[in-house]
Ligand binder design. Sequence first.
Ligand code: HEM
Length: 206
Amino acid sequence: MAFAQTLNGRLRRVPTWPVYLGLTLPFLWLVGQLFTGGLGVDPTKALEHEIGLWGLRLIVAGLCITPIRRITGVSLLKYRRAVGLMAFFYVVLHLLVWLLLDIQLRWDEIWADILKRPYITLGMIGFTLMIPLALTSNALSIRTLGAAAWGRLHRLTYAIAVLGAVHYLLAVKAFPRDPLIYLTLIGVLLALRLPWIRRRLALRPA
Ligand code: HEM
């Protein structure tokens, strides 16, 4: 506990901009790979996959913040907005790669895919649910909505995480080992929020 308090004291002095900057690096690295031929024979697919994965990783990272606080006392709450907004940034880029490079704005195919391919439908629902969260990730929205309503709205993250992971599960063609790992991790992170599990594990309040 003393360790958590010391760490929290140090973290209070660390601003959020290095988090935004650090989380932009995977994108810059991928752009570099794209222009140097490091993305293999199908760079569009590779870019789509890598950027989609970063979106999902950051959604999961955002879900870790409350359990870390409850289990260890270390508070990363200050960085949650940065992680969430960067997750949105990667999901928007993932969607743009699909629209512009993969399907190349062939609108009839776009609509057909959204309506007929379950993994695209789920991805699209996940993306749509992220929009209100991104738009209200600011202090003014918390004040306008009130903390309780804002908190309820932001529970959409749970649905987004499940939709993102199931979308991944349905998108991969080989044995879905990694999607199953993500789904299990998300299941554990959501279970840790259930009141009776929190009571059983004697976790700290949020
Ligand atoms: C919450 C939102 C989303 C998340 C977290 C997400 C994440 C992912 C992940 C992790 C993959 C698999 C990468 C791999 O194959 O290794 C993927 C694949 C893909 N996603 Fe998404 N995605 C999201 C939304 C969308 C949306 C809105 C679209 C387009 C409408 C989309 C289109 C695709 C496509 C086309 C693939 C590649 C499937 C293939 O291999 O052919 N995704 N996504």
